[in-house]
Write a new protein. Structure first.
Length: 222
C-alpha cells in the first residue's frame, strides 16, 4: 500500500477520461431525490453496521487488514461524491462562467478526477467493489445536489451561474466534510495509513476551498 502517500503530489495531473464524467442528460429516476431540507438524503449513516450501497457487493474485510466496513463505504461513497462535483464543473465553460469560477472549476475537476483514480485503486487493492463515475446517479451522499438543483445549475448563465455554482459547491464540499467526520467517528475507522492521509487531505483542501468560495460569492456584483 502507501500509494496515496506516493501519488498525492501527482493528483492534479492524473485526470483521465475514464475517471472524469462529462455533463449529460440527468435521468430523474436515477439521481437521489431530496429530503425535506432540500439536500440529498445521507446514505453514510450506520455505514459500519452492514448497510450496503446500491450495486455494491457485500463487504468482506481481508484477514489481518486494518480497514473496516466504514472505510470501504467511505471510499465508495466519496467516488460518487467526487464524480458529481466533476459533473458540475463541466458545466462552467458553456455557461459563460467568469474566469475565476472557470479556474476554480478546472482545479476541482483535475484534483478530484485524480482522487477518484486513487480511491478506485485502493478499493481494488482490498478486493472491494469499485464504483465507476456514473455512480453519483444512484448513490446518495451528504451535500450532493438534487435533480432540481442540477437543473437550475444547468439552466443558469453568466453571473447567475457563478452564484449558483459557488453556492451549490459549498453545499457539496460541506457534505464531504461531514463524510470525513462520520468516517473518523466510526469505531476503528480511518486508521489505515492511506485512507487516513486521504480523508485528512479532503478535509484540509475542501475547507480551504469553502473559504475561497465564500469570498468569491461576496465579490459577485448584484
Amino acid at each position: 500500500m502507501g500509494w496515496l502517500l506516493a501519488a498525492g503530489i501527482l493528483v492534479g495531473g492524473c485526470a483521465g477520461q475514464s475517471a472524469t464524467p462529462s455533463p449529460a442528460a440527468t435521468p430523474a429516476s436515477a439521481t437521489p431525490q431530496s429530503d425535506a431540507s432540500g439536500s440529498a438524503p445521507m446514505a453514510m449513516a450506520g455505514m459500519d453496521h452492514g448497510h450496503q450501497m446500491p450495486g455494491m457487493a457485500p463487504i468482506t474485510i481481508p484477514p489481518g487488514a486494518l480497514i473496516t466496513e466504514a472505510d470501504v463505504h467511505f471510499m465508495q461513497g466519496m467516488i460518487a461524491h467526487h464524480a458529481q462535483a466533476i459533473y458540475m464543473t463541466r458545466m462552467a465553460e458553456s455557461a459563460g462562467a467568469s474566469p475565476r469560477v472557470l479556474k476554480l472549476a478546472s482545479k476541482i475537476d483535475l484534483s478530484q478526477a485524480g482522487e477518484i483514480r486513487l480511491m478506485q485503486g485502493w478499493l481494488g487493492d482490498y478486493k472491494q467493489s469499485v464504483p465507476d463515475t456514473s455512480s453519483w446517479r444512484t448513490m446518495s451522499m451528504p451535500g450532493m445536489l438534487t435533480v432540481e438543483q442540477l437543473s437550475r445549475l444547468a439552466e443558469a448563465r453568466g453571473a447567475n451561474f457563478d452564484r449558483l455554482f459557488l453556492t451549490f459547491m459549498i453545499q457539496h464540499h460541506e457534505g464531504a466534510l461531514s463524510m470525513v467526520d462520520d468516517l473518523f467517528a466510526a469505531p476503528r475507522a480511518g486508521q489505515e495509513i492511506d485512507i487516513s492521509v486521504f480523508a485528512n487531505d479532503v478535509h484540509t483542501t475542501q475547507t480551504a476551498e469553502i473559504g475561497l468560495m465564500h469570498q468569491m460569492l461576496e465579490d459577485i456584483p448584484e
